[in-house]
Write a protein that binds this ligand. Sequence first.
Ligand SMILES: NC(=O)c1ccc[n+]([C@@H]2O[C@H](COP(=O)([O-])OP(=O)(O)OC[C@H]3O[C@@H](n4cnc5c(N)ncnc54)[C@H](O)[C@@H]3O)[C@@H](O)[C@H]2O)c1
Length: 230
Amino acid sequence: MKHNLVILSGAGISAESGIKTFRDADGLWENYSIEEVATPEAWQKNPNLVQKFYNERRLNVISAKPNLAHHYFSELQKHFHVQVITQNIDDLHERAGSTNVLHLHGNIRYAKSSGPNKEKKYYLIDGHELKMTDQCDDGLPLRPHVVWFGEEVPLLSKAAELIQQANVVIVIGTSLQVYPAAGLIHSIPQSALKIVVDPQADKLSVPTDFKLLNCTAQESIAFIKEMLGH
Ligand SMILES: NC(=O)c1ccc[n+]([C@@H]2O[C@H](COP(=O)([O-])OP(=O)(O)OC[C@H]3O[C@@H](n4cnc5c(N)ncnc54)[C@H](O)[C@@H]3O)[C@@H](O)[C@H]2O)c1
């Protein structure tokens, strides 16, 4: 039987694909403040700006390619039952071939209703642009399928359930500053092998039984291969 390997990824895994992280840029996300573009209040105040911001991010994601780290984790499916739990709104894990991907914060390639039915149905966006005139079945404007700061994370308990069954967990490219996602590391079983990959790994707040790989996602592959034997 294959062992369960969980990848808990954040923006850093996609940095080497040309998608900027959020924390590295002084709390600004591509020169925008989070309050301006990634909260329900921002959508109420200036929906056009929010759409523009996510349309730009979507174009960036569509133009980017999965890097060696995304591909390596997909290859590991030959040897492990791999579950990716990602905070990323990009789809690079899927495009590298990973089949079990849970998007804690949504997937920017999709849209959803801006009303109370927002988690009922997701619509694949054709191209990079979502317009204010694009409507959902309920007649309300479509908004990006992302979880904004201050919103509930609908898949959190599912993610906790999955991580509780892990034999190996690789936490990669996350500053562990965004809650409740960051709290998932406390649901990892004590017996699991735990690895954290980040150029700032030694500065992250993780329990002492984590093995720290202070390097980029792509640089970590050789070390992880040695640890896992694959
Ligand atoms: N690609 C994306 O989808 C994307 C990009 C930016 C922000 N976000 C959103 O913003 C939030 C940010 O939280 P977060 O913790 O995921 O990211 P974060 O930006 O807070 O932290 C990124 C982490 O990645 C590390 N890092 C930088 N370059 C790296 C590399 N080459 N290899 C490995 N690690 C590297 C940094 O040291 C940092 O600790 C998330 O919830 C996410 O939804 C997503």
